[in-house]
Design a protein around this ligand. Sequence first.
Ligand code: FMN
Ligand code: SF4
Ligand code: SF4
Length: 293
Amino acid sequence: MDYLIEVNNELCIGCEACIDVCPRDCFVLNSEGKSVMGSHLCHSCGHCISVCPEKALSHRDFGEDEYPLISNVLNSKTVDGEQLYYLLKSIRSTRKYKSKPISKEILKQLVDVSRFSPTGHHIQNVEMVVVDNPEMIQQLKDEVTEAIKGVLKKLDNPFYRFLGILIGKGETIRKAQGSRARLERMLAGFEVGTDYLFHGAPVIAVFHAKTKSLIPLDNCTIASTYVRIVGEGHGLGSCYIGYLVYSSKYNPRIREILNIPKENTVFRVLILGYPKHKFRTFVARNPAKVQWK
Ligand SMILES: Cc1cc2nc3c(=O)[nH]c(=O)nc-3n(C[C@H](O)[C@H](O)[C@H](O)COP(=O)(O)O)c2cc1C
Ligand code: SF4
Ligand code: SF4
């Protein structure tokens, strides 16, 4: 029977690490004390290959070079828990950028790390569009402008407001009304060349996924967070941009520009670039809402 994971019985020493680690209980030990694959439930997480001390396991669809040794590139001195804790606390939303572009090499690494973020049932449904083309960034701004104008026009229309309340969209309308000042400020900013949408960032990373796939919002959120953390390591600042997510729902041209398939939805947008200002202090936050039991 053809399984995704193959066991080389010559190399297997029967340590049972793969049996222990497999989240889908795919392995059993045979009468000779060797691990054997006995299930089609495998979802290709690769954990078994990663823990095997004898390189006895391989994936049918991926070569050995897809599983390089972590210790070759990472040692405990590189990543220290305390330092990581302080790094994460220090990350702020960057809204002022230098005009310096981000190299393709770094961008490719950011895209690469997104593949290693966890996804529900290991579905790997996150897709990305990376925009570093100034003309396209301008096109997106123009289309967001159109989307905002459309929303404001509807909010000013008493018939639309009445209809909205009738069909139970009163809360949505109230929320949109609450954002009116910010939307108007964004439009006024565009008029005078101030970018309150992308804040002048040189790169926009759009995370999308099949709308009907498994927990696409969560998976896109986590992937984008991996990207921004590695970006910080490269000296980049970043900021999530909800306005483009929302505008992409109202203006189909945004999806067209980004070439988003019709069965997909934009779930997260991140802007990235070299920060103009250095954040020197940590910032105050509310106390953690936690229960210790
Ligand atoms: C889902 C999400 C959407 C956001 N959308 C925007 C946005 O459209 N524009 C913006 O300037 N900041 C946006 N932010 C950034 C928040 O305003 C920011 O995280 C918050 O003010 C806390 O500041 P800090 O990230 O520097 O700690 C967004 C953040 C999140 C998590
Ligand atoms: S790849 Fe993951 S699910 Fe598949 S056999 Fe290995 S540990 Fe189990
Ligand atoms: S982890 Fe490797 S050596 Fe250990 S039982 Fe599994 S296949 Fe054999």
